[in-house]
Write a protein that binds this ligand. Structure first.
Ligand code: ARG
Length: 464
């Protein structure tokens, strides 16, 4: 028997039941659906639609259904279209006519958005805590490698000298920003849709503020049609996941490069790498490669959610059922990726000697030299030109700055001081960059401590 069987004479085709069924996806919402139904029963009682005795019976039958679902003993029927239908069907089995009263004034259109909003509250918090922990791990690593000199890159060409701690803090900052995105998101998601009915609310005088309070929402949705129509919050949640995955994917790409023989900047932990079935010597960075690979799927999920809605008239359309598929897959992939990358970074070792060797390249210090000329009053464009000529001279003659003759230097530009040129070194370059947000070891430590402080609040308040 269908929840909506009254106006139909023919039986639904099995193929149609199968095609339209969403249980595979939405069964994971059952705790939220049951909680929502229990509070809805209380609101019906408050409005005089059911008696206290009926409310008690409904609430306790719903508790029993939850236990059945928790233990896996709940038996789903092929006619259960979705999780909401399955729970209501079982409720009626357990309580008869009393259970049939629960859906008064209510629609699955609002149930599904309620459940998904509750899911996103928990899922958002979970991701927020995982991000907080990852930022912590990165900041601690940054402190450990605060004075480890390495080359910094633009266009994947060696550019200027930085420290490994500075590089790690860059990722910590980006991930912290994603964390704050979830904070903003959770604030926007804090609205109860229940009471919206199918689209036009209800005639039963249900107390929406009461339901909001019971279900942990600080506000109610201001418009019943808005409440059931849109999936922009799912798209937003999924976008944050995609943004996180893009950050992780860039980090993964660097780890893959750094672990190659060509760079040899890092040693990835054996316990997080895999071998080759054919080549006995291989140690492959499969974890970061998969993070990079999975990022595409999460980006696709965000795009799918936007595309899903773009041609829909208000209010509910069945297309919207698909939204959950993308949301859940984005969440699952992102949470697992944040956690595994965090484990990888916890075990990451930089090879200080190789990094220092790579930063020995004198070209990394040429910007510093130009800035020295600027400090002597040479206009920057002129200084840039002069140092550019010096670079060309050194490269043409296969010389290093310590080898060039003083007279040659003066010929290139009179303000080029041999002392300045010959004393250039990576350590000096980093020391000179003692500016807030810069790569100097003490600044790296300051930034890392600031990040640790910022995330402390989140790891302390951990609720799930
Ligand atoms: N399974 C549906 C979904 O996920 C629930 C709402 C169905 N509403 C309806 N009128 N068919 O979107």
């Amino acid at each position: 028997m269908k929840l909506w069987g009254g106006r139909f004479s023919g039986r639904t085709l099995e193929e149609v039941e199968e095609y339209t069924n969403s249980l595979k996806t939405d069964h994971r919402l059952y705790t939220y659906d049951i909680k929502g139904s229990q509070v809805y029963a209380q609101a019906l009682r408050k409005a005089g639609v059911i008696t206290s005795g009926e409310e008690r019976k409904i609430v306790s039958a719903l508790n029993r259904i939850k236990k059945e679902m928790d233990s896996g003993s709940f038996s789903f029927h092929s006619s259960d279209e979705d999780i909401h239908t399955a729970i209501e069907r079982r409720l009626v089995e357990l309580t008869g006519d009393i259970g049939k009263k629960l859906h008064a004034g209510r629609s699955r259109n609002e149930q599904v958005v309620l459940d998904v909003r509750m899911f996103m509250k928990d899922a958002g918090k979970e991701l927020l805590y995982s991000l907080a922990h990852f930022v912590e791990v990165l900041a601690e690593k940054a402190i450990k490698y605060a004075s480890t000199i390495m080359p910094g890159y633009t266009h994947l060409q060696r550019a200027q000298v930085v420290t490994a701690g500075h590089h790690l803090n860059a990722y910590a900052c980006a991930l912290y920003r994603h964390l704050t995105r979830f904070q903003d998101f959770l604030e926007r998601n804090d609205e109860l849709p229940l009471g919206s009915g199918a689209l036009a609310s209800n005639t039963l005088g249900l107390d929406r503020r009461f339901m909001a309070e019971k279900l942990g929402f600080s506000r109610i949705c201001l418009n019943s049609m808005d409440a059931v129509s849109f999936r922009d919050l799912l798209a937003e949640f999924t976008f944050i996941c995609a943004a996180i995955m893009v950050t992780l994917s860039r980090f993964a790409e660097e780890l893959i490069l750094w672990a190659s023989d060509e760079f040899s900047f890092v040693e990835l932990p054996d316990e997080m790498c895999t071998g080759s079935s054919l080549m006995p010597h291989k140690k492959n960075p499969d974890v970061p490669e998969l993070v990079r690979g999975k990022a595409g799927g999460v980006i696709a999920a965000a795009v799918a959610l936007l595309a899903l809605e773009k041609n829909l008239p208000l209010t509910y359309n069945r297309d919207l059922q698909e939204g959950k598929v993308h949301l859940f897959s984005a969440f699952d992939t992102t949470l697992a990726s944040v956690n595994i990358m965090c484990m990888l970074v916890e075990r990451l070792e930089f090879r200080r000697d190789i990094l220092a060797g790579a930063a020995e390249d004198w070209k990394l210090l040429m910007t510093d030299l130009a800035e020295k000329l600027v400090q002597k009053g040479v206009p920057f464009r002129t200084a840039h030109e002069a140092v550019g000529k010096l670079v060309k001279h050194l490269m043409d003659n296969k010389e290093s700055p310590v080898e060039i003759r003083d007279s040659e230097l003066k010929k290139i530009h009179p303000a080029l001081d041999p002392e300045d040129v010959k004393t250039l070194c990576p350590e000096g370059s980093v020391k000179a960059r003692k500016v807030p947000g810069g790569p100097h070891p003490s600044e790296v430590k300051k930034t890392a401590r600031r990040l640790l402080n910022l995330v402390k609040a989140h790891t302390k308040n951990k609720m799930c």
